[in-house]
Design a protein around this ligand. Sequence first.
Ligand code: SF4
Length: 212
Amino acid sequence: MTYSVKEIFYTLQGEGGQAGTPAVFCRFAGCNLWTGREQDRPNAICQFCDTDFVGTDGTLGGKFATADELAERILSQWPADDSRHRMVVLTGGEPLLQVDPALIAALHARGFRISVESNGTVAAPEGIDWLCISPKAGADWIQRSGQELKLVWPQPTFDLAAIEASTEFQHYFLQPMDNAQQGSNIAACIAQCMQRPGWRLSLQTHKLTGIR
Ligand code: SF4
């Protein structure tokens, strides 16, 4: 298959259970919950997106004809003198519209641990090392197990107790929605975590620190 990639860059994971970990980010183009065009946002299933995932025109973006070609491009961004800590974050957009067994095999062959950040509407293939699901209210939530559930908060209709009872994740995070009410969203997340100690606070540290 041909992979459509918006951008590839090396940074630190900013959020969730692996925050602070060096990783190559590979952002796939396209999402099934929004076109990415501002004029479509009011009618999109997901309306709070903070990411540009449209097209293939970002840093090192493009169309990749094979999994090996894409995996080589990702590897080219890792420090040449390290082979022990390679990590890639496959994100989007919705990466699971494109991530397939061939790409998983090509990245593993190059020594990468594979993290995926998905909205949970697409079943994950085997072989992902760290699956982070960030469900959206109003969207079909199919993938209900993995390493990390990262719930952007607050969102209507989500009930934390019901989510805990009906999913199997190793870690549960609440992450304040980044909008005009961010202050009260942070307070709401802190209050929820203290009331439900199974949940932890996730902050978007890349925004706090100014890294990409
Ligand atoms: S599901 Fe994720 S990538 Fe898609 S529109 Fe929502 S926040 Fe953006």
